[in-house]
Design a protein around this ligand. Structure first.
Ligand code: ADP
Length: 164
């Protein structure tokens, strides 16, 4: 069985992430979306538990997609799925440089681990979780940026953050 792992911080999941997950689910038998609890990205807007719940709701229409989380290194996490491939989205040249470096580090830790890239869909190349967080903090309309079933929850979280 072919397995893909789609890692990320998903703070929160956007339609750009979902586009990559959906396309990956058509290529692989099983997709594991892994929410990485990244020590290098401090003070996330959502807790890991909230992110797992939101991503689960967003991918519930795809039967071969599962959701998991990890606070370790991706290359170590992937060891439990021998033969699994990391699949990531590439938006721009800046993504490429970062991903190229990450791939070399992952290979050093786990030489058997391969990474594949899907180019971002044209309509989502501008979209990132940080754009969504910023828009939400200013009370902007999130339609077309995040899965519609999550808009209310993201808006509510932004309201709580504004009070901080
Ligand atoms: P970010 O915080 O930059 O949105 P994540 O760390 O959650 O990103 O991203 C996880 C993966 O999803 C990365 O491979 C990233 O390149 C990819 N990704 C993020 N946004 C998009 C998008 N709009 N289109 C395609 N891929 C994306």
């Amino acid at each position: 069985m072919s397995i893909a792992i789609c890692p990320g911080s998903f703070d929160p999941i956007t339609l750009g992430h979902l586009n990559i997950i959906r396309r990956t689910s058509r290529i692989f038998d099983k997709v594991i979306v892994c929410i990485m609890n990244n020590a290098m990205k401090p003070s996330p807007m959502f807790t890991v538990g909230e992110k797992v719940d939101m991503v689960r709701r967003a991918v519930s229409r795809y039967p071969n997609v599962e959701v998991d989380s990890s606070s370790g290194l991706l290359a170590e996490y992937a060891r439990q799925y021998p033969g699994a491939v990391i699949v990531k989205g590439l938006r721009a040249a800046s993504d490429f440089e970062y991903e190229f470096q990450m791939n070399l580090i992952n290979k050093k830790i786990n030489p058997d681990l391969e990474t594949m890239f899907l180019t971002a869909s044209g309509k989502y190349t501008f979209l990132s979780s940080s754009v969504v967080r910023e828009m939400a903090m200013y009370g902007a309309d999130l339609t077309g940026l995040v899965p519609s079933e999550l808009i209310e929850e993201i808006e509510e979280k932004a309201r709580q953050w504004r009070k901080k």
